[in-house]
Design a protein around this ligand. Structure first.
Ligand code: 2M8
Length: 437
């Protein structure tokens, strides 16, 4: 069944309201009963269309959990204990003085989409005017320093020895947990003794073929064990962590976010010098992304610091330059062409997480092939920002085609459109609202 625009917007709003726990929105009702970092940024973008003040609260809650280093943690835990790995696995506050005592958080981060969300909230609020505009402008003023500190931490703690790309120290930091992008670096992670653990994700989803495999989870959990032993200390992790990969997609999000945040500096008062830093970082990051291009295909690549190798996988991350200002015609043609959005049989012309038929592809398994509405949204946002109005409109149309059944799947089977993973996923509902606004 396909809902019309009005029905779809009402259903999306219902999802965000149902998943609202007061000051934070859970990423999904059962699978993810906490606040996730980049999910919160998407959620706030959706909420802006329902209530500007509530959208601001969402990011205020996330920022209240920011570490003193500047890191925004990837999970801010609610009261629920229905998720593995939960607070007792992370133990951040006990091990690192930079972590907040309350609320409990995880000890890793996620792609820095937050400044982009803040700017979108402001844009919506200014369109509405009146009290919304005042609330949003005060919100930008209040949050600007925290976002600057977040970007500064990423640049200073994570862009060393990775060819200028932002390095991740756990695949979860990319947001694309089991993407084939990480297969090679994960193969270099030797799992030691792990206590028995019980996954909650497969129990909730039911069909284990939609989730990462057991051996992958062992590595995810082992890496947390290792980070815990290193007390989440940035320098120790840089020297001794067994996973460190320059992530070209997160780097592209940071490059764009640095510019967006710098453009908001006039609202923040006295932030001129910091705005120059941000523009400078954006330029360096864009340079690093350009330098990562595979000479044969032009696609951007990740860099495995431990293995000392470029990683050329056939994933959507190859289009990272398009997220941060590149209008490269060859890359755009590839994006639209028969290997990607124009691939035969796709239910919607949006990029697959992993290209059909290539190494590691699996049409049902999470980040190994399915279509993700949030990824389509990111490209649509970037096209709009780059002045590619028709391309942006097409991405939005196709994104809406993908989510039109109103189930708000976490991700979708590329050829049948079956919603997979969680349903009523907050970030899917949020981008739907933004597309419809
Ligand atoms: C997924 O990741 C979490 C771990 O962070 C999980 O599988 O348990 C990813 O899709 C990630 O991008 C997303 O932020 C999170 C919550 O939606 O779920």
């Amino acid at each position: 069944m396909r809902l019309d625009g009005g029905e779809l917007a009402a259903a999306a709003a219902r999802v965000l309201r149902t998943n609202d726990r007061g000051t934070m929105t859970v990423a999904a009702p059962r699978l993810y009963p906490h606040q996730w970092s980049w999910d919160a940024a998407f959620v706030a973008i959706g909420q802006a269309h329902l209530s500007v003040p509530r959208a601001c609260v969402e990011l205020d809650s996330l920022l209240a959990a920011q570490w003193r280093t500047g890191m925004i943690p990837h999970i801010v835990f609610s009261q629920s204990d229905e998720y593995f790995p939960g607070t007792s696995w992370w133990r951040c506050a006990e091990l690192n003085p930079a972590a907040p005592r309350r609320p409990p958080t995880s000890g890793i981060c996620q792609p820095p989409l937050h400044a982009i969300a803040v700017a979108r909230i402001l844009e919506v609020a200014r369109r509405r005017g009146g009290a919304d505009r005042e609330v949003a402008e005060a919100f930008v003023r209040r949050t600007w320093p925290a976002l600057y500190a977040w970007h500064r931490w990423l640049v200073s703690a994570r862009a060393q020895a990775s060819h200028g790309l932002v390095a991740i120290v756990h695949g979860w930091e990319s947001g694309m947990d089991n993407s084939p992008r990480w297969d090679e670096p994960y193969a270099g992670v030797t799992v030691g003794h792990l206590p028995a653990y019980r996954r909650t994700d497969v129990a909730v989803v039911g069909d284990a073929t939609q989730r990462p495999e057991r051996a992958e989870y062992d590595r995810y959990i082992w890496l947390i064990d290792e980070l815990r032993r290193l007390r989440y200390d940035d320098a120790a992790i840089a020297g001794q962590g067994s996973f460190r990969v320059g992530d070209v997609f997160s780097t592209a999000i940071l490059a764009a976010a640095c510019e967006v945040l710098a453009d908001l500096a006039p609202l923040a008062e006295g932030a001129d010098d910091q705005a120059s830093d941000l523009y400078g970082w954006a330029e360096c990051l864009r340079g690093a992304i350009a330098a990562s291009a595979d000479p044969a295909t032009g696609m951007a690549r990740d860099y495995d610091v431990r293995g000392g190798r470029w990683l050329g996988t056939n994933t959507v991350a190859g289009f990272a330059p398009l997220l941060c200002g590149s209008l490269d015609q060859d890359l755009l043609a590839e994006f639209n062409g028969p290997r990607w959005c124009g691939a035969p049989g796709l239910v919607a012309a949006v990029p697959q997480s992993t290209r059909c038929g290539t190494a590691g592809y699996d049409p049902r398994r999470y980040w190994r092939g399915p279509l993700w509405p949030i990824i389509a949204w990111l490209f649509g946002w970037a096209f709009e920002r780059g002045g590619l109005a028709e391309q942006a409109a097409q991405t939005r149309r196709e994104g809406l085609r993908l989510v039109a059944d109103g189930s708000f799947g976490e991700y979708y089977e590329p050829h049948t459109g079956e919603p997979l993973g969680s349903q009523d996923q907050s970030f899917t509902a949020a981008v739907t609202l933004d597309w419809l606004a």
